[in-house]
Design a binder for this molecule. Structure first.
Ligand SMILES: Nc1ncnc2c1ncn2[C@@H]1O[C@H](COP(=O)(O)OP(=O)(O)OP(=O)(O)O)[C@@H](O)[C@H]1O
Ligand SMILES: [Mg+2]
Length: 375
């Protein structure tokens, strides 16, 4: 190597070190064995671990919250033959002192010549955001809860009016009352769904888990939704191996997830387009993906898309309340899984919603056998 090239190389290395040292968020780089190669000062501050303590150690064991996903991301990258997949997620990592720290992280695989060389993750602590969010959630749920009473009274009285219990009604009055009752039922449904989210997030709703076969679980949802797709001239393709390992989930809640994702895919995609549902066996989990050919999600909407009541501008003409994806996220996370969205790569367009849920393990199977024999 010529002296000038060597000098340039050294300068580049120094610049890389400088960037890593001063990077304003935690940074971890792992090799293909998930051994930590890089751990910057911001990562030390968030996790309490010193760089010397973690270098060369298995990231999965040191910081279980983040790296396990890097592995999944990497595998997916190879499986899809894509060299760059970024995942934006919230999770928790265990601080050296044993406390759980909420973090928000983005990770990407490092792929070269179709080989997974490792992965990179950046993360930041979101303890304050979580506290504020919790406070806001309590206030909103109290408000939603208090709305239920007056709404039930108003709904009951309207039904009595509609039944003619306060005097005979003319056609116009019946028509108006029917519309008001329909709208009140909608508001009631929204409040219930919203309170479901809040309770589930607070761990107050217990999931009725059973061993389920994803293929038949999704097929059942499709039965109902295919009619709507057909009405819009759309095709739903399903690529789910029949021998996928079982999952231990609340079947009703997981069908709600699939229903909401498919409902959106149909609502926001143009007539005649196609929707693809696929599932894959990952190491410890099952990956399910719903892809459509609609407008996709704009960059500025991506961070908020799973928030309750968030709707992107372009959805104004489509009926909805912005609660479906919040329900999806809450249910998946209550199952110990993750959900995320990205857009198809240009020139293709459309949204790609993916979620992972843990596979049923040995003890789930034993629990279920016990329940089964008791039933
Ligand atoms: N497949 C999709 N393609 C494009 N935009 C989408 C898609 N899915 C969701 N969105 C956007 O995300 C927003 C939130 O979706 P979400 O399902 O939470 O609410 P919604 O569909 O508006 O109402 P509902 O509560 O009835 O589901 C939507 O309003 C839309 O802007
Ligand atoms: Mg929806």
């Amino acid at each position: 190597m010529s002296p000038s090239l060597r000098k340039e190389k050294i300068e580049k290395e120094e610049l890389f070190d400088l960037i890593v040292e001063n990077f304003p968020v935690g940074l971890i780089i792992v090799n293909h064995n998930e051994e930590i190669l890089e751990f910057n000062p911001a990562a030390e501050k968030i996790t309490g671990f010193k760089k010397e303590e973690v270098l060369g150690k298995n990231c999965h064991q040191m910081l279980p919250g983040i790296p396990c996903h890097l592995k999944d991301v990497g595998k997916r990258a190879l499986a899809n033959n894509e060299d760059k997949i970024f995942v934006h997620l919230e999770g928790t990592i265990t601080h050296k002192n044993g406390h759980e720290i909420p973090v928000c992280y983005t990770s990407a695989p490092l792929v070269k010549d179709s080989q997974l060389k490792g992965a990179i993750a950046i993360f930041r602590e979101i303890t304050n955001e979580k506290k504020l969010e919790q406070h806001r959630r309590v206030l909103i749920s109290m408000f939603a809860h208090d709305l239920k009473g007056p709404l039930a009274i108003a709904g009951g009285l309207l039904l009595r009016l509609r039944e003619g219990k306060a005097g005979k009604l003319n056609d116009k009055q019946i028509q108006y009352l029917d519309t008001i009752i329909k709208e009140i039922k909608k508001v009631d449904k929204y409040i219930k769904s919203f309170l479901d989210i809040v309770r589930m997030e607070a761990g107050q709703i217990s999931l009725s888990k059973e061993l389920c076969d994803i293929h038949s679980l999704i097929s059942e949802v499709l039965g109902d939704i295919k009619i709507r797709a057909r009405e819009k001239g759309m095709t739903i393709r399903m690529d789910i191996p029949e021998d996928l390992p079982l999952v231990y989930v609340d079947k009703y809640q997981l069908q709600r997830v699939m229903f909401n994702l498919l409902d959106n895919a149909i609502k926001y995609s143009p007539p005649g387009s196609e929707i693809d549902i696929s599932c894959r066996d990952m190491d410890d989990s099952i990956l399910c993906v719903v892809e459509d050919s609609g407008p996709g999600i704009k960059e500025e909407d991506l961070p908020y898309i799973f928030d309750p009541f968030y709707r992107a501008n372009y959805s104004e003409d489509v009926e909805g309340t912005g609660i479906g994806l919040a329900i999806v996220k809450t249910i998946i996370e209550a199952h110990g899984g993750k959900v995320w969205v990205k857009n198809k790569r240009p020139p293709r367009h459309g949204a790609v919603f993916s979620f992972i849920i843990p596979k049923a393990n040995k003890s789930d199977r034993q629990d279920w056998n016990i329940t089964e024999s008791r039933a």
